[in-house]
Design a protein around this ligand. Structure first.
Ligand code: ADP
Ligand code: MG
Length: 240
């Protein structure tokens, strides 16, 4: 069974269709790269899957269960974790507190303080961030903030992770590290991942399959190798 099955997903804002009849599925334990230029509808697709936006039409199934139209917290408790393109940590809280809040957000409300702390430390460790109680958000650079986004998403204990532009603002070495981290999250935890980027770069060396959006519609689906050889994909990325 597919971990995620999106069918005919459409999202309109007034008369403008940002996501246009998009269908795809992701098998359990796979990493799907969701590519497309700026404004092609990637984040809107995420927001519809993760309950931040109500789809105008279409269906979203997680492990066979319809979840389209559920709220963001209901979706999170069902097992969808997400990161945001613009990191939004609680800056006045420590790293550990940020991850603990996420652990509570992803649970059904019965986590003890110690359980939440254990989950939070594990998520911070997986994201290669310090777990000591004094580590604060203030000292983090762009790469650290992206790691914290991942740690917070992992602390909700997702079956499916939606990672939005994990490479934005990173230099070459940091991009490689971020790509390796997503691969480790899948390899070590078996978490299924949909990874959005507007650039192809290192993403192609990590993902199992690639979906490319343009103007809200799917223009390509296939393997990373096929994506590199596809004319429509080249046109979107390089111009005709
Ligand atoms: P991407 O993540 O691929 O860069 P988005 O999904 O953020 O693209 O946006 C797709 C299109 O939808 C853009 O043209 C954007 O301006 C528009 N859009 C996104 N959110 C809204 C909104 N809340 N209201 C109106 N238009 C929106
Ligand atoms: Mg976006």
């Amino acid at each position: 069974m597919s971990m995620l099955q999106v069918s005919g997903l459409t999202k309109s804002f007034g008369g403008f269709t940002a996501v246009d009849n998009v269908s795809f599925s992701v098998e359990e334990g796979q990493i799907l790269g969701l590519l497309g230029p700026n404004g092609s509808g990637k984040s809107t697709t995420f927001n519809c899957i993760a309950g931040m936006l109500k789809p105008t039409a279409g269906s979203v199934k997680l492990a066979g269960e319809e979840i389209g139209g559920l709220s963001a917290d209901a979706t999170c408790r069902k097992g969808i974790g997400r990161t945001f393109q613009i990191p939004r940590p609680f800056r006045e809280l420590t790293l550990l507190e940020n991850a603990m809040l996420a652990a509570h957000f992803g649970s059904d409300g019965h986590l003890s303080h110690d359980e939440a702390e254990a989950i939070a430390r594990d998520a911070l460790t997986l994201a290669q961030l310090p777990t000591d109680a004094n580590a604060v958000v203030g000292g983090l650079g762009a790469a650290g903030l992206k790691k914290l986004e991942l740690a917070r998403a992992i602390a909700t204990r997702p079956k499916l992770l939606l990672a939005d532009e994990s490479l934005g603002g990173l230099d070459g070495g940091e991009m490689r590290q971020a790509a390796d981290m997503l691969k480790r999250i899948r390899d070590e935890r078996g978490i299924t991942i949909v990874w959005v980027e507007h650039i192809m770069g290192v993403l192609l060396s990590v993902v199992d399959r690639v979906l490319v959006l343009d103007h809200g519609a799917v223009i390509f689906e296939g393997t990373p190798r096929e994506a590199q050889q596809d004319e429509k994909v080249a046109e979107v990325y390089l111009g005709p």
